[in-house]
Design a protein around this ligand. Structure first.
Ligand code: SAH
Length: 409
């Protein structure tokens, strides 16, 4: 059973001693220390309340900073400051304001973007997305689930952004892993949980999407692809195929440039939303419910040809252990897509597995092109949008690859 939650998260009363390996990670400015690097003796990490603020010490007792403690995650410690923290909710509010300021500087032409991206915004365990006038919150750790922290998050978001509604999306599996009591996805404040948002408003009037914070689908939109949609649309032409299209993110952006666009996904609810989005933008498009692997194989074998193909599958490598299988899956998809692309065609090939490095993914493309005797020119080698920043010393914050390539014989 989960222990009682740390009621007051303001003061770090407990200390946790970490091993030399843990110290080395912190010195490299990585915020995580694994449970295996937390000393069991001396301070007795077992007695530290779940989600509490802790003082982090090295083996000699030297103070290294302040962290958020999880009693259940393998990542026992997430650093929040290299100094002392007198008031955690105040620090959280300050970090949220800084995250908002960063977006004000660097994110434009959209009313949908990520406002807080966990570690990348020095707020481990908190994700906040904005969809026009509705905000969507995700709580990933015991520390962020604590009442004073939640209150600070809501208060700051309301003050800074005056949303019409704030919803919380709950991933039941994450709460279970963090030994937190189950919660439903729900409206936390305001009245509004659904809205319409507009991306890439430089492209004519922009592309519009429905958002429903409380309906079926697990996530909202894939906001991390926002800048890649616009990049893909720059080069897209002719007949286009968007494989793994979800609610039509790429497909709707391509529609402006292409003579026809077909979207493929295995999820019917996603395609129903894609069709609603098409109507919202005054587009007629074809959506096919299918396993994209089978469809790409059948179409390639049947000699179908396209001028633009987008591949944006879910993460195949969930951990290092299935990397080889994942790479085979990515190769299979790219191989089929390349077979179908006419000379002069554009391949937009994405990979959101953190465990596949950018170099490994380029290699997948290289060997796929080699197998089908095509030449590939890399037009753009891209990553996630700037509202999903990569923190240089935290490799885990860099995960998305999006390669735009020009195909010739
Ligand atoms: N391109 C989308 C995001 C894709 S997310 C966007 O930019 O919004 C991955 C999608 O792959 C999900 O919609 C999921 O339903 C779909 N999917 C997963 N496995 C699939 C399969 N074997 N065949 C087709 N679609 C699949």
């Amino acid at each position: 059973m989960p222990k009682k939650h740390a009621v007051s998260a303001e003061l770090a009363e407990r200390s946790v001693q970490i091993s030399a390996r843990g110290v080395a990670r912190l010195q490299a400015r990585h915020p995580w220390v694994y449970r295996t690097d937390v000393a069991q003796s001396n301070v007795g990490a077992h007695d530290v309340p779940p989600g509490s603020l802790v003082r982090v010490l090295d083996q000699r007792g030297k103070f290294l900073g302040t962290a958020l403690y999880s009693s259940s995650s393998q990542i026992a410690i997430r650093m929040i400051s290299h100094g002392s923290v007198a008031d955690l909710p105040a620090l959280v509010a300050e970090r949220i304001r800084a995250a908002i300021a960063y977006r004000r500087e660097l994110v434009w032409n959209t009313d949908a973007y990520r406002i807080v991206f966990s570690e990348a915004d020095l707020l481990p365990g908190l994700i906040v997305d904005r969809y026009n006038d509705v905000l969507c919150l995700q709580v990933l750790t015991q520390a962020v689930d604590a009442v004073p922290v939640r209150e600070a998050v809501l208060q700051t978001l309301k003050e800074e952004l005056q949303p019409a509604g704030i919803v919380e999306r709950v991933d039941a599996r994450i709460r279970e892993l963090e030994q937190l009591p189950p919660l439903p996805s729900r409206l936390l404040c305001g009245e509004k949980s659904s809205t319409v948002f507009t991306m890439n408003s430089t492209m004519n009037s922009g592309v519009r999407f429905h958002y429903d914070g409380l309906e079926g689908q697990k996530t909202g939109a894939f906001l991390d692809q926002r800048e890649n949609y616009a990049a893909a649309a720059q080069y897209a032409h002719g007949e286009a195929l968007d494989a793994f299209c979800y609610q039509g993110g790429f497909a709707l952006h391509l529609a402006e440039k292409c003579s026809s666009v077909m979207g493929v996904d295995s999820s019917r609810p996603a395609l129903e939303m894609a069709e609603k989005n098409a109507t919202l933008n005054g587009r007629e498009m074809e959506w096919i419910e299918a396993n994209a692997f089978d469809l790409l194989r059948d179409y390639a074998d049947a000699g179908r040809r396209y001028d633009t193909v987008v591949l944006d599958p879910p993460a195949f490598a969930k951990s290092k252990s299935n990397l080889e299988t994942a790479l085979r899956g990515y190769k299979e998809l790219n191989l089929r897509a390349l077979k179908m692309l006419r000379p002069g065609g554009i391949l937009v090939s994405c990979c959101c597995s953190y465990h596949v490095s950018p170099a490994q993914y380029l290699n997948v493309l290289r060997i796929s092109a080699q197998d089908v005797h095509r030449n590939l020119r890399i037009v753009e080698n891209r990553g996630q949008a700037k509202d999903h920043p990569t923190l240089l010393n935290v490799p885990e914050t860099e995960y998305l690859k999006c390669i735009v390539a020009y195909v010739s014989n």
